[in-house]
Design a protein around this ligand. Structure first.
Ligand SMILES: [Zn+2]
Length: 125
């Protein structure tokens, strides 16, 4: 199990395994948050402290971004559509070995496609 916590510890989630791949998205929200998203199915994620988050929903109302009411860290998002999707902000994982994580750039601003760097795997540290 891998722990995902905000800075103050009020929001606490667990996922079955640490991510091996994360997505950095350049859409208007994600680039401001500076989050690195790791995708899981909602059934894989246990949210121990869901009452302490403040959800942010905007635009087409597809996703709710959850932040800690106390320290302000954005810990995860959850889809509001019928398709169950969820992502945790991998920056909330203490001790994650980033040398083992592939960081993919997603163009959520314009094309909704992954922007692969020349040579493909260049983002693997
Ligand atoms: Zn907090």
């Amino acid at each position: 199990m891998t722990e995902v916590t905000c800075h103050c510890g009020a929001v606490h989630l667990t996922v079955p395994q640490a991510p091996t791949e994360v997505t950095e998205c350049n859409c208007s929200v994600c680039r401001r948050l500076g989050a690195r998203w790791a995708y899981y199915t909602p059934s894989e994620v246990s949210v121990a402290q869901v009452g302490s988050t403040h959800p942010y929903v905007w635009g087409d109302r597809m996703l709710a971004f959850h932040r800690c009411r106390r320290c302000g860290c954005v810990t995860h998002w959850q889809s509001l559509s019928v398709q169950p999707r969820m992502a945790i902000n991998a920056r909330m994982i203490d001790g994650l070995d980033w040398t083992k994580v592939r960081i993919r750039q997603f163009d959520g601003d314009k094309t909704w496609a992954y922007l692969e760097t020349p040579g493909g795997e260049a983002h693997i540290a």
